[in-house]
Design a protein around this ligand. Structure first.
Ligand SMILES: Nc1nc2c(ncn2[C@@H]2O[C@H](COP(=O)(O)OP(=O)(O)OP(=O)(O)O)[C@@H](O)[C@H]2O)c(=O)[nH]1
Ligand SMILES: [Mg+2]
Length: 387
């Protein structure tokens, strides 16, 4: 299946139905009052996280999504029907951003989480609403307001605890294969991995974490070289990054230079990501003698001015991988859990503009004196049924 992690769509909430002007006309009831009903509200557009989806590909083909318009009001005080909402299912981990304002409308990080992304228009008021002691035959009505229209960017960001960072061929996929049940392709040429892979690692009985293998980075990635940096966004939600450095590159390149390149690209992409907790993991130690490992590692740490944790592994022979995973687990377990406040906030709906619209309309018409008092002629007013 094709992996699509970024799409642009347009969502259009339904317009509110209009209010209507109508008067009761029945035999033997000569002075029937106003009975024009209100319109119905327009339908809203929602996004909902669904764990059964893992790509945004459907939205690449279907870009415009409209909720239903509210029905207009009718005579006999009948209110128009509310427009139906639409719910767009997206993979867990999707972030919706308003293209125009840049505002993040929702981070759908849990199955079933639902966020409104376009609010339906408010209903218009029928003339029955405007009846008062001084005006018994009002001919005012209000129109429904338009539904919100937004251009959205949907981005799928994988939900992994640990992200792997490194040059192509560093052994990222080999590592995830050896520590989890995930089986991404491994080969001795660069850019074997073209889309992110997730693996679940269970280093101890009672706990597990998710690790993300993303395509390798090369120099100039921030400017689009190789596969670019489009996949780095998947690391934004990780609690820990592993920088995998190939200590024995088959093409004879210098591991220290390679390592610095990666950090530079990371910095350019996002200083925030570069500031995330990061561990240095040197790989392919099986190809070198202990002295060579020490020597090259020293060069790498010096070039990076590295002071953080260092691990030596062979992803292929699994040397050092078990220990590394156990320490990752211990590290992740002591990280603070996302606070409850954040959870609540994620549930809240975005505030929309016309909550007070209804009252404003009535207030505005309170001062209207232009309608004459009720007289018999008013009974000849045509009953208007607006479409
Ligand atoms: N000897 C040895 N070879 C390794 C080790 N880890 C990976 N390799 C080899 O290195 C090559 C590249 O490994 P991959 O796991 O595909 O590398 P990658 O980082 O996922 O590369 P891209 O997907 O292209 O970014 C393969 O031929 C692996 O067999 C290791 O620890 N020791
Ligand atoms: Mg790979």
């Amino acid at each position: 299946m094709k992996f699509v992690d970024e799409v642009e769509i347009r969502v259009e909430a339904g317009d509110g139905g209009n209010g209507v002007v109508s008067f009761r006309r029945e035999k033997y009831i000569p002075k029937g009052g106003p009975d024009g009903g209100d319109g119905g509200d327009g339908g809203d557009v929602y996004l909902e996280a669904d764990e059964n989806l893992n790509t945004l590909i459907d939205y690449q083909f279907e870009r415009i999504h409209r909720a239903q318009r509210g029905q207009n009001g009718m005579g006999k005080n009948c209110t128009g029907k509310r427009g139906e909402d639409i719910v767009l299912k997206v993979p867990v981990g999707t972030r919706a951003t308003d293209q125009e304002t840049g505002e993040v409308l929702g981070d759908l990080t849990r199955h079933g989480l639902r966020r409104m992304v376009a609010k339906g228009g408010f209903h218009g008021l029928g003339n029955a609403r405007f009846k008062s002691s001084t005006n018994r035959a009002p001919r005012q009505k209000t129109m429904g307001t338009p539904g919100e229209i937004r251009s959205l960017k949907l981005e799928l960001m994988l939900l992994a605890d640990v992200g792997l960072l490194g040059m192509p061929n560093a052994g990222k996929s080999t590592f995830i294969r050896s520590v989890s049940a995930a089986k991404p392709k491994v080969a001795d040429y660069p850019f074997t991995t073209l889309v992110p892979n997730l693996g679940v690692v269970r280093p101890v009985h009672h706990a597990s974490f998710v690790i993300a293998d993303i395509p390798g980075l090369i120099e100039g990635a921030a400017d689009g070289a190789g596969l670019g940096i489009q996949f780095l966004k998947h690391l934004e939600r990780c609690g820990l990054l592993l920088h995998l450095v190939d200590l024995a590159p088959y093409d004879g390149t210098d591991p220290a230079v390679q390592a610095v390149t990666i950090v530079n690209e990371l910095q350019q992409y996002s200083p925030k990501l570069a500031d995330k907790p990061r561990w240095l993991v040197v790989n392919k130690v099986d190809l070198l003698t202990d002295e060579e490992v020490e020597e090259r590692l020293a060069e790498v740490t010096e070039a990076l001015e590295w002071e953080g944790p260092i691990y030596q592994i062979s992803a292929l022979s699994k040397k050092g991988t078990e220990q590394l995973c156990k320490e990752i687990m211990t590290y992740l377990e002591q990280l603070p859990k996302p606070s409850e406040v954040e959870e609540e906030d994620a549930q809240a709906t975005t505030e929309f503009k016309w909550d007070s619209y209804h009252q404003e309309q009535l207030d505005a018409h309170d001062d209207d004196d232009d309608d004459d008092d009720f007289d018999d002629d008013d009974y000849d007013v045509e009953v208007v049924y607006q479409k």
